[in-house]
Ligand binder design. Structure first.
Ligand code: ADP
Ligand code: MG
Length: 371
C-alpha cells in the first residue's frame, strides 16, 4: 500500500540504536550479522549506539544532532521507536525533528508491529533491504495525556485484556511471540470486564462507512490530503502542535458525551493495521489518514467465542464479527471506573498507570520509511 510522499534517497545517513534487552535478547547479533552488512553494501554512513537502560533512547533522540542524520534505525521491538518518537517530540524544535528524521525499525523484539506494517515482514534482513530502498512516508502520531503528562503514540493505545496481555507476560519474554498466545488463553478463561466511561469523537461510526473510507483511500495514489500544516509555523514555534481538546483533567469538550461501558473487555485503538505478524487487528487502519481505528469488545463473551474471534483475525473475518465494534475516531477520553493495581494502560506496548487518559491524532506529524 503506497502512501509515501517522497522518492528513495541514496546513502541515507543512519543513526542506529540497538536495544540489547529486546525480545529474547539477540539484537546485537542481528544487527551485526544480518543488518550491518546490507547497510555497508548500500554505503550508508552510520553511527551506532547501544542502549544501557530503559528510557535512554528518549534522551538520546532529544539530544540528537538532526542535521547529521536522515533516518533513525532502532534495532528492537516497538519500544525503542516509541522512545525515539518521544525524544524527538520533547525537543524545542519537535515539529522540525519529527518531520526531518524518518524513524524506521529493525525487528528484534517480541512485539515488532512497526516493521510488519511498514515492510510486510518481521525478518531483519528484509526490513534492512526495505530501509535501504525506503520511501519517506508521513505517519500520524497521537498525543496521549494522563494528567499533564503528554506522550506520543505511533502504534496503539489499549486497556483491558489486550493491554494486560502485553504487560502480564513481560516475565515470559523468553517465549518470544508465543507469550501472547499463552497470555490470551489465561485471560480469556477469566472473562474479565473493565468498566469504564468513554467519550469518543467519532468520525466514522459504522463498519460500512469504515469500509467505504478505506476503499476510497487505497484506490487513490498516496494520501488524500497533505498533512495539516499548522498556522503557527510562521512564528518560529516548532514545539508540538497544541492540543485541540485539552487533557483528561479538563472539562469535557463541547459535543462529547461520556458513555458508561460496564462490560468492556478490550479497548484497543490503533494507527497501523498489524499488531503482530499474524494479527491484522485494524483491517482498515491507514498510517496517515489522520484517523485512529478503534476496536472494542465485551469481556463477558464465552471463552470459545473469544478464541474464535482471535482465530478470525488470521482469516480476515475479525472486522466483520458482530462481537466487534469498529470505528474511525479523531479523539477520545477514557476513565476507568474501578481502581485496580494489577491493570494497566498500554501505549505502543509500554505500561502506563491505570488512570484516565485522553488521546487526539495529529495527521502526518511523524515521518517514517515505507516500501
Ligand atoms: P520487546 O518487543 O521485546 O518488548 P522493546 O524494544 O520494545 O522490545 O524493548 C522492551 C523494553 O526495553 C522497552 O521498555 C525499552 O525501554 C527497554 N530498554 C531499552 N534499552 C534497554 C536496556 N539497555 N536495558 C533494559 N531495558 C531496556
Ligand atoms: Mg491513521
Amino acid at each position: 500500500l503506497d502512501r509515501s510522499y517522497g522518492s528513495s534517497a541514496r546513502r541515507k545517513r543512519a543513526w542506529v540504536v540497538v536495544n540489547p534487552h529486546a525480545g529474547p535478547g539477540g539484537a546485537d547479533k542481528i544487527w551485526r550479522k544480518q543488518v550491518k552488512p546490507i547497510f555497508d553494501a548500500a554505503r550508508m554512513p552510520m553511527t551506532v549506539v547501544r542502549t544501557t537502560y530503559s528510557g535512554e533512547a528518549v534522551k538520546l533522540a532529544q539530544e540528537l544532532n538532526i542535521d547529521d542524520f536522515d533516518i533513525a534505525v532502532p534495532c528492537s521491538g516497538d519500544g525503542l521507536p516509541h522512545e525515539v518518537f518521544n525524544g524527538l517530540g520533547q525537543r524545542p524544535d519537535a515539529r522540525r525533528a519529527l518531520s526531518k528524521i524518518a524513524v524506521c525499525h529493525i525487528p528484534c523484539g517480541s512485539g515488532n508491529a512497526m516493521s510488519c506494517n511498514l515492510y510486510g515482514t518481521h525478518r531483519p534482513t528484509l526490513a534492512a533491504l526495505a530501509i535501504v530502498k525506503g520511501l519517506p512516508t508521513p505517519l500520524d502520531l497521537i498525543s496521549v495525556t494522563q494528567g499533564t503528562k503528554r506522550t506520543l503514540s505511533f502504534l496503539s493505545q489499549a486497556l483491558g485484556m489486550i493491554a494486560d496481555l502485553d504487560i502480564t507476560t513481560e516475565h515470559l519474554r523468553w517465549m518470544g511471540p508465543h507469550r501472547f498466545t499463552y497470555g490470551f488463553l489465561v485471560l480469556a478463561l477469566q472473562k474479565k470486564v473493565y468498566p469504564c466511561d468513554i467519550a469518543i469523537k467519532a468520525e466514522i461510526e459504522h463498519k460500512d462507512g469504515v469500509k467505504e473510507h478505506y476503499r476510497k483511500q487505497v484506490t487513490q495514489k498516496g494520501p488524500s490530503q497533505s498533512p495539516q500544516q499548522s498556522d503557527d509555523d510562521d512564528d518560529g514555534d516548532q514545539g508540538l502542535p497544541p492540543l485541540k481538546y485539552g487533557t483528561a483533567t479538563d472539562k469535557l469538550p463541547e459535543g462529547w458525551e461520556l458513555v458508561p461501558h460496564e462490560k468492556l473487555g478490550s479497548f484497543y485503538c490503533g494507527n497501523m493495521a498489524y499488531m503482530a505478524p499474524d494479527a491484522n487487528f485494524f483491517a482498515a487502519a491507514l498510517s496517515n489518514d489522520g484517523l485512529m481505528d478503534l476496536v472494542m469488545t465485551d469481556g463477558d463473551i464465552p471463552v470459545l467465542k473469544n478464541i474464535g474471534l482471535q482465530l478470525a483475525m488470521d482469516s480476515g473475518h475479525f472486522f466483520d464479527s458482530p462481537l466487534v465494534t469498529y470505528r474511525k475516531v479523531s479523539a477520545y477520553r477514557i476513565i476507568p471506573r474501578i481502581p485496580d493495581a494489577k491493570c494497566c494502560i498500554s501505549i505502543d506496548g509500554e505500561a502506563f498507570p491505570w488512570e484516565p487518559f485522553q488521546a487526539e491524532v495529529h495527521q502526518g506529524l511523524g515521518l517514517t520509511l515505507s516500501k
